[in-house]
Design a protein around this ligand. Structure first.
Ligand SMILES: [Zn+2]
Length: 280
């Protein structure tokens, strides 16, 4: 899809499985089970879906999935089967390889969003995209480097420390215009300083939800994850972004929805609600 000067494509980086209770927090299974595929361990099927943004001589990737460094026990834990991921093969569909990526925007540094940012080369770990600048919010970087015990398992230093040691890290403070037509907006309910990407079009813009709205089932404000660190802050924040989405005609891009890559939203009786799927 085209937004302003940019052509945007979904990149399918594979599937994984996560506990359904953790994905839906206070919402009972009786309510969410009809919307998800559930396995015998009560895990729900999710995707890691990244975004490729091309235009103005840039090839930008938003988030990088789990990558190829997970040990066997974590591959098993997350039910990941199609690993390793061949990023060059995925990019070859766009006549690109990892050397052509100019910028990598990381919404946050949880392992399912940034694991693919680095690769093992012999005994060392190096940035996957050797010519790219990687963008992370300063507060998120600090959180990842000194994680709270609550989400310490979500941060793996090898996923992001090499970005700093190879001088490919750019720290961002709050909401900014990164490039003409591409804005970053920070949120704090899921993790401190998660950043969302808005690709601005004339009539319609694209909003990369990341873990603010991980799947289309999470559009109702109270349907949020037990993983969210500050649920009471998340409510007004999510409501703000979703109302802005209706007002400004945004298409929401879902990183983890197993089936629906993108959708629009509309006013509902209480909260903003799902409107229609958008082919991506
Ligand atoms: Zn997360």
């Amino acid at each position: 899809m085209i937004f302003g000067d940019y052509e945007c494509h979904a990149l399918d980086l594979g599937e994984f499985w996560v506990d359904g209770g953790a994905m839906f927090g206070i919402i009972p299974k009786l309510e969410w089970q009809s919307q998800m595929v559930v396995d015998d361990s009560n895990r729900v099927r999710l995707k890691t879906r990244s975004l490729l943004i091309q235009g103005n001589d840039r090839n930008i990737i938003v988030d990088t999935g789990f990558g190829n460094k997970l040990p066997q026990e974590l591959l098993f834990y997350y039910g990941i089967e199609n690993n390793p991921i061949d990023m060059n093969l995925i990019l070859s569909g766009f006549e690109l390889d990892v050397h052509h990526i100019t910028d990598v925007i990381l919404t946050h540094l949880h392992l399912d969003h940034t694991g693919g940012s680095t690769v093992k080369v012999g005994n060392t770990v190096e940035p996957t995209f050797p010519n790219a600048q990687y963008y992370v919010q300063t507060e998120q970087w600090e959180q990842a480097c000194n994680p709270h015990e609550r989400d310490v398992d979500c941060f793996i230093a090898d996923d992001f420390m090499p970005l700093s040691s190879h001088n490919q890290l750019q720290l961002i403070d709050g909401s900014i215009t990164l490039f003409e037509g591409i804005e970053l907006m920070a949120s704090y309910g899921h993790t401190v300083a998660q950043q969302h990407v808005v690709v601005k079009g004339r009539d319609q813009s694209l909003f990369f939800c990341a873990d603010l709205v991980p799947t289309s089932a999470h559009i109702p404000v109270s349907w949020h994850m037990a993983y969210d660190n500050k649920p009471l802050d998340l409510f007004p924040e999510k409501d703000y972004f979703l109302r802005k989405a209706v007002r400004e005609n945004w298409i929401l891009f879902f990183e983890h929805d197993p089936n629906i890559a993108a959708a629009t939203v509309k006013e509902g009786p209480k909260w903003i609600q799902f409107d229609r799927e958008v082919e991506f």
